[in-house]
Each structure stands twice: as C-alpha cells, then as structure tokens.
Design a protein around this ligand. Structure first.
Ligand code: 4AD
Ligand code: MG
Length: 441
C-alpha cells in the first residue's frame, strides 16, 4: 500500500498502517543485525527498525546522527516489555537520505549531558536546540504562552502590542539600552507598563507579551539582556484584587500547561517533583521578611543585620524562599527601594502597594504594584527620581484626562519557566538567550 505521510505526534492514529515519516536521525544503534533509529520530526520521536539489507550496508555507511531522512514502513504497537517512544515501532521497508550531516559533532547537539563547554554550546545554540531537554523546555514555553493568553481571555483582558523603541525609562537608568533613532536618543523598552496604563481608558484591562530589554551588568543565572515580558494592567482594582488576580494567573496557567497533552508530560519529565501551586499563596510583608532573615542570620549586602530600607538582594531572597519552600507574595516594599510610580500605602506612607512573587529555586518571577494616580504626587516622585517629565507627557496625561485607581505587574517568562521546568538558569528557557557578552547566534 502507498505510505501515508504523518507527523510523529499523530502516530497513534496510524497503527498497523504503512506510513512515511520525514525527520532527523536523533539516535542510532546497531544490534544483532538490526538497526534501531530514533527519528525526530519536531512533533515527537519514533523508533524505526531496519533489518536485512537496509540495516547492513546503507545504514552503517551513510547515516550519521542529525541526517535528514524519509522512512517508510508499517507502524506496529510494541508488545509488553519492549519500550520505545509512544510504545510503537516503525518496521522500515524503505528509506531515503535527504540531507547528510557531518559525523562526529554529537556533543554540541546536546542530546545527552554533554562535556562541551557552555560557550561552545551557546555558539552552537542552533544545534543544541535539537537536544531533548532544550526542545522540551521550548515546547513547554509555547504551551505556557498559550495558557497565559487563555487565562487573560477568560478574564476579559485585551491583548495589545506596545512599541519596543521608546524614549522613556520605567525601571531605572542604569539598565537602559540606548540607541540612535534617526539621530535622536531612544531606548529599547524595559517594560511596557507605561503604555499599558495609557490603554485603560480606551480598551479597559489590557495585557501584552512583549520583549523587554535590560542592560544588566551582572552575570547571574536569572538575568537576561532580552526577555519575554508578560505584563498586564487593570483599572478600578484594589491592591488585594490585584493579588487575587495574580494568584489566579499563576495557578490557572500552570494548570493549563499540566493539562496540555504535549507539555504536561514534558514538565513531569523535566521536573518530576513539581508541585502545582495552590491558592491562597503565602503573603509576607517586606518588614516580616527582614525579621525572618535576621532570625535566620542571613546578612544584608554589607554583611550586617537587615534594617528597614535595605534591598533584599538575590542571594538572601533565594535563601529565604528556598527554605520556606512555597510561593511567596512579598508585599509592601519601602518606596525608596522601589520604582517612582508605585502607590504609597494609606496606613503607612513609607511603604508601597507593591508585590514581588517569589518562587523556590528561582526567586522573583513577578514584580507589580498599584500606580500613583494623582498627577501632582507623581510629578513630585519623578522629580525626586531625577526624571525629566517632558518625554513622559503622554503617560502623565492619564492622570489629567480622567485618572483612575489601577495597578499591574510584569512576569518574566523565562523565570517562570525555570521554576516550572526546574532549569538552573533562565538561559535554558530562552530560544537564543542574550546576556552580557552574548548576542549570537
Ligand atoms: O520587577 P520588574 O523590573 O518590574 C517591571 O518591569 C514592572 N514595570 C512590570 C509591571 O509592573 N508592568 O520586572 C518584572 C519581571 C521580574 O519579576 C522578572 O521576572 C522579570 O520581569 N525580569 C527579568 N527576567 C529576565 N532577565 C532580566 N534581566 C529581568 N528583569 C526583570
Ligand atoms: Mg523587580
């Protein structure tokens, strides 16, 4: 019979059928005169068995790992006790090489824990992406973005696409990427927040999934120079409403990923001990965090006891959340260590209606707050920060043309993935990561 072209993902619909699979030679093993090929077509893996002449000379002489082939044969369900991806095997009766790969470059395709140096793997990211773990993370990433969009849709938020080239800063001048925009100064956006705020009166609650850029000088496992920022902005909400919304976002999008037929099993494979977060999340005030850190003798940046106004740096934050072991909403940070736009708490104007969501093994994955909605208060805060209000006229106009209580947050896609997929660094969660000294491939 003529072979039916299939994607490996759908193989279960084609049992006892003659099919043709086109893909790449992922693995290769010769055993007792049989050749076992694992073929990868991007949608999954399938084992093909070649016997007789097919196994003998053609395979040994021509086929290298990562060569492209078309392979035809019957698909059989494997008997109990034999294992292969999907519990099936393709009994090959014909194959054709489409593109040969050079022999001997196996370590950089990253299919097994490799002894290749990290920078060699980064130079060969295009090949390393073919590896099991990296490609699995990318599939989970796709499912995560889909799940997040589904959640926002259920909550009736409208998706917008703000610009990446801007003339304003959001999160401080030290991490701005400057560029020349037809001779004028411009920056790559640090956050789409200010633009999202301007959409509230026209579109209502909004979100975006947009690249953000940070010229991070530090070399850490959780900082990228470019990352995918999931941000939303909500009108007429209270700080509590926002925290509840964030809880729903995190629990539901994870629930949807785990229920996804492709991504769910991949998460279990990458992170067997993953525990889905449950509502309500632990809530902890900044001031309580300082007490916790001091009780546990974890020092501040100067090696001293924490005092009000100290930044909780990455190492201390990690030790705290790793010890506590569950997601934490860290709230009410002092105004002096947070961004200029954050609204002060009514009961204590030293602190802000702000939140960082901390996850075990990663630390901060979300930063959010209620926004100053009063024009004069915001102007005072910007001046204190040394910001020239001129290029912010459009952002300030929101406070002139009908202001409203509102708030929002930003979620780092690579950080939530590092948590979900148990990756050591966010670099493993970005397709082509950019960080200090790395802008290729
Ligand atoms: O805490 P951040 O700087 O907050 C903002 O940008 C707000 N304007 C967002 C908002 O309210 N709309 O960044 C938000 C999140 C962080 O919690 C982190 O997950 C991620 O963005 N993030 C980074 N991820 C990777 N590499 C970096 N250099 C990151 N900087 C921030
Ligand atoms: Mg932050």
């Amino acid at each position: 019979p003529a072979a039916v072209p299939i994607k490996v993902r759908n193989v279960q619909d084609h049992l006892e059928t003659r099919v043709v699979v086109q893909g790449w030679v992922h693995r290769f093993r010769l055993q007792k005169g049989l050749a076992f090929l694992t073929i990868r077509d991007g949608s999954g893996l399938i084992q093909a068995v070649l016997s007789g002449d097919l196994a003998k000379w053609k395979v040994t002489q021509q086929l290298t790992l990562e060569s492209t082939i078309a392979i035809k044969g019957m698909v059989h369900k494997l008997p109990e006790g034999k294992t292969a991806p999907g519990g099936v095997e393709l009994q090959a009766d014909f194959y054709q090489v489409i593109g040969l790969a050079p022999a001997g470059d196996d370590s950089i395709t990253n299919k097994v824990p490799s002894d290749a140096s990290p920078s060699l793997l980064m130079d060969n990211r295009h090949l390393a992406l073919r590896g099991d773990a990296l490609s699995a993370v990318m599939k989970v990433r796709a499912a995560l973005l889909k799940s997040v969009r589904r959640f926002f849709d259920e909550e009736n938020l409208t998706e917008v696409t703000p610009p990446c080239m801007v003339q304003t800063q959001v999160e401080g001048g030290s991490t701005l990427f400057k560029m020349s925009y037809y001779g004028e100064d411009a920056f790559l956006t640090q956050s789409s927040q200010l633009y999202l705020e301007t959409c509230l009166p026209s579109l209502g609650d909004v979100y975006c999934i947009q690249e953000s850029f940070r010229a991070e000088q530090s070399h850490t496992r959780r900082h990228l120079s470019e990352y995918t920022h999931i941000e939303s902005e909500l009108a007429f909400i209270s700080f509590d409403d926002m925290l509840n919304h964030l809880e729903r976002l995190l629990t539901k999008s994870v629930e949807y990923v785990l229920a996804d037929p492709i991504a769910g099993p991949l998460v279990k494979q990458l992170n067997p001990n993953f525990v889905a977060p449950k509502q309500p999340f632990k809530r902890m005030e900044y001031i309580q965090a300082l007490e916790w850190l001091n009780e546990h003798e974890i020092p501040n940046e100067e090696g001293e006891k924490f005092k009000f106004g100290d930044d909780i740096a990455e190492a201390a934050e990690r030790r705290m959340v790793d010890t506590i072991g569950v997601p934490i909403f860290l709230i009410r940070f002092p105004a002096e260590i947070k961004s200029f736009y954050m609204k002060r708490c009514k009961d204590d104007p030293r602190v802000t209606e702000s939140v960082d969501v901390l996850m075990p093994n990663v630390g901060e994955i979300v930063g959010g707050s209620m926004r100053m909605e009063d024009y004069d208060e915001l102007m005072t805060s910007m001046k204190k920060e040394g910001l020239d209000p001129t290029p912010y006229y459009w952002f300030l106009d929101l406070r002139k043309y009908g202001t409203c209580p509102h708030g929002g947050y930003g979620l780092g896609t690579e950080r939530i993935l590092a948590w979900l997929c148990d990756r050591f660094t966010v670099r493993d969660c970005s397709l082509y990561p950019r960080f200090t000294g790395r802008c290729k491939p």
